[in-house]
Design a protein around this ligand. Structure first.
Ligand code: KMH
Ligand code: ZN
Length: 303
């Protein structure tokens, strides 16, 4: 039996802005359609952020999430994974409101505080559709993405112990794996941990094969058999590092939240296009694709 690989698709996020790609889903109808198409293409998990429908600004308003989550739920059996990272410019209370309202099967949990330098994207664009876009990017030069120990513990207690959600542990650097290992030793998190190795965010570890292998070696040493992993490479290395992640025994995350492009370097026309690309590579290598229910079993989700 070939090993089954879980594909997560992160459909819109809060990093890229509407000027950067006409294919970035923004309205609830677009986010729902992109998610449904990604699930049909093979994504077992859909990682979700919301945007203000009128202008595409990142939103943490639960009402915006409620416009697309039930639609995706009704049309697919995909696991819904709600962001608790929101955007680095939101307060923690804002960031947690959607997952608190929805109590999803999964949510993200960012494992440390860091710079989150998306201001560097600014230089590539001109003729902004909206004034807020360059301003938001510039603001990240001055802001920290705050995920204190107390913040992490609140999320574990509130959404995890109380709400029954399980986590995509976002690890942007080796130190974040150390923090997760601390909580494993404390008994505050339990196997199977789903660790997302996040490479290529400015402020975190860079997107290279060597860094991915170092993250994996560190997690093997610190988390042993208590974890499974997935690979997310932000930017143009998305597909190749996801492929290496599969070779190293892991799962993958793609989607326009993390990269607007598709090899050999053009804009992806949809989230589903990236899912189909990685699915083809996975199947050509002889692996299988996990269904949503198989992902639920592998990750011990509440279902
Ligand atoms: N945007 C990704 C680099 C979250 O939503 O909590 C990581 C992420 C964080 O998806
Ligand atoms: Zn996210």
């Amino acid at each position: 039996m070939p090993r089954k690989i879980i594909i997560t698709c992160a459909v819109t996020g809060s990093i890229y802005t509407p000027t950067m790609s006409p294919h970035l889903p923004v309205t609830p109808a677009e986010i729902a359609a992109a998610s449904i198409d990604a699930a049909k293409a093979g994504a077992a998990i859909i990682h979700l952020h919301a945007r203000v429908p009128e202008d595409g600004r990142p939103s943490a308003d639960p009402a915006h999430f409620m416009e697309f989550c039930p639609v995706i739920d009704a049309a697919t059996d995909a696991v819904l994974n709600i962001s608790t990272g929101g955007s680095s410019l939101m307060s923690l209370d804002e960031r947690l409101a959607p997952a608190r309202a929805i109590s999803p099967e999964m949510c993200s949990l960012n494992m440390g505080s860091m710079n989150f330098g998306i201001f560097t994207l600014k230089r590539k664009y001109e003729n902004w559709k909206h004034d807020w876009e360059p301003k938001l990017l510039e603001a990240t030069r001055h802001t920290l993405f705050t995920n204190s120990y107390a913040n992490i513990e609140d999320i574990l207690a509130d959404l995890g112990e109380k709400g029954g959600s399980r986590f995509e542990f976002e690890c942007y650097d080796m130190s974040h794996i150390e923090t997760l290992a601390y909580y494993l030793r404390q008994g505050k998190v339990k196997a199977p941990l789903y660790v997302q190795f996040v490479l290529g965010v400015m402020g975190g570890i860079g997107a290279s094969p060597e860094n991915l292998m170092a993250m994996k070696a560190s997690a093997d040493r610190l988390l042993g058999d208590a974890y499974q992993f997935s690979v997310l490479a932000a930017g143009r290395h998305q597909i190749e590092l996801a492929t290496l992640g599969v070779i190293l025994g892991g799962n993958v995350r793609v989607g326009l939240e993390d990269s607007l492009t598709i090899p050999p370097g053009r804009l992806a026309t949809s989230n589903a296009e990236q899912v189909r690309k990685i699915r083809t590579i996975i199947e050509e290598m002889g692996y299988g694709i996990a269904t949503a229910d198989e992902a639920r079993t592998m990750l011990d989700l509440k279902g």
